[in-house]
Design a binder for this molecule. Structure first.
Ligand code: SAM
Ligand code: MD0
Ligand code: SF4
Length: 350
């Protein structure tokens, strides 16, 4: 089948197989690629209109007990690390809210200090952001024990993010060293059971085949995570994967478009953490509807895949992103609109 026919079938609500999904991801002529992106953008506009959601990224601890092969912050990489205090996280979250963001993503490496005593320090921070700042909250703490999920919910988190990276078990074991595939998959299932919204994600350009990528997208979607993402792998100095040839972002863009076509009502991020602000428009044009990895300048905060790019020049600040949205004829959602969406999603009515 050709790209046009598969898009038509998808738009008519027919089931798209792994092979067909891989065919979409393989789109190569400019004509096919344009068709894929514009179909995805129309589907997005039909469901969400011109509204885009904006997330602030607070990577509050870069300490980590894990040793993921792709990650700059892996345990054995020798670098200077930081851990923000609760007060600092609070102040950052408040200023992001004032600047107009819809949600703060409280992200950490698997920091032993934060994990100690059943995550008491992290839970405290979540509770304080909820009570004192009153903004929607996503937590990205890595893999946590099953019993912890209700505690995150009760502390006031709306979302739990934990990316599988790939659904190819072999590849997973080469990436997330010393970690268990099923335990990471269960994170999403346990979070959902506790009433949290969930985000899953894949990385693109790790040596996976198109079929792997197609399979991962279909599996993420069928798990029912309300937010799903794809991010291009960015090689990191000092890691075992530092010399892997980086892939062009076009494969990520095609993945975004395919996720949008197959799962129209999901939130799909355009992350500023791959190409900085220069990558925003292409990702929105491919069907994304959330901007993530907005980082306030001059606060000594890092990104993940791009730990410095566009941060201290202010290009990843809320005001700069809002200005760009305006220039593109799009509108940032208000917090009221975002909260209404979350309520609907939580009620399972998407
Ligand atoms: N430590 C937690 C965890 O691993 O789940 C949360 C933060 S982790 C740094 C967030 C995500 O960033 C990873 O799951 C991965 O998808 C992405 N990431 C990390 N290193 C990356 C890289 N070099 N290139 C692209 N994405 C990367
Ligand atoms: C982002 N760098 O939003 C962040 C990160 C963690 N929940 C998200 C990968 O792109
Ligand atoms: Fe740690 Fe997360 Fe990086 Fe893995 S991806 S090394 S868990 S910060």
């Amino acid at each position: 089948m050709n790209v046009t026919d598969i898009i038509d079938n998808s738009n008519r609500g027919l089931e798209i197989s792994t092979d067909e999904t891989a065919e979409l991801l393989a789109a190569e002529t400019q004509e096919d690629i344009n068709e894929l992106f514009s179909a995805a953008a129309s589907v997005r506009d039909m469901v969400f209109g011109k509204k885009v959601f904006v997330y602030g990224f607070v990577y509050f601890s870069t300490h980590c007990r894990n040793n993921c092969a792709f990650c700059y912050y892996r345990r054995t990489n020798d670098l200077s690390r930081y851990r923000k205090t609760g007060d600092e996280v609070l102040a950052l979250s408040a200023s992001l809210k004032d600047a107009g963001i819809n949600l703060v993503d409280l992200t950490m490496g698997e920091d032993p200090v934060m994990c100690a005593d059943n995550y008491s320090e992290l839970l405290n921070i979540v509770r304080r952001v909820r009570d004192e700042v009153d903004i929607s909250i996503m937590v990205s703490p890595g893999a946590v024990p099953k019993e912890s999920f209700p505690m995150f919910r009760d502390a006031g988190a709306d979302w739990f993010a934990c990316y599988q990276e790939t659904y190819n078990r072999d590849l997973f074991s080469k990436l997330r060293l010393e970690q268990d595939f099923d335990n990471r998959l269960n994170q999403k299932i346990w979070a959902k059971k506790s009433g949290l919204l969930t985000e899953d994600g894949i990385m693109v350009g790790l040596g996976e085949t198109l079929e792997d990528r197609a399979d991962s997208i279909l599996k993420m979607g069928s798990l029912g995570c309300e937010q799903i993402r794809a991010m291009t792998f960015v090689p990191q100095t000092g890691t075992p994967m530092e010399n892997l040839k980086p892939t062009e972002s076009i494969d990520e863009l095609k993945s975004i478009a395919v996720m949008r076509l197959l799962f129209p009502d999901r939130l799909i991020p355009a992350s500023l953490d791959v190409e900085g602000i220069a990558g925003l428009k292409t990702r929105l044009d491919a069907g994304a509807n959330v901007i993530t990895s907005i980082v306030p300048p001059n606060k000594d905060l890092a990104g993940v895949a791009q730990h410095e790019l566009d941060i201290d020049n202010g290009h990843r600040s809320v005001s700069h992103v809002l200005q760009m949205l305006d220039d593109m004829g799009k509108k940032a959602a208000t917090n009221g609109e975002y909260e209404t969406l979350l309520r609907k999603m939580k009620a399972g009515k998407r």
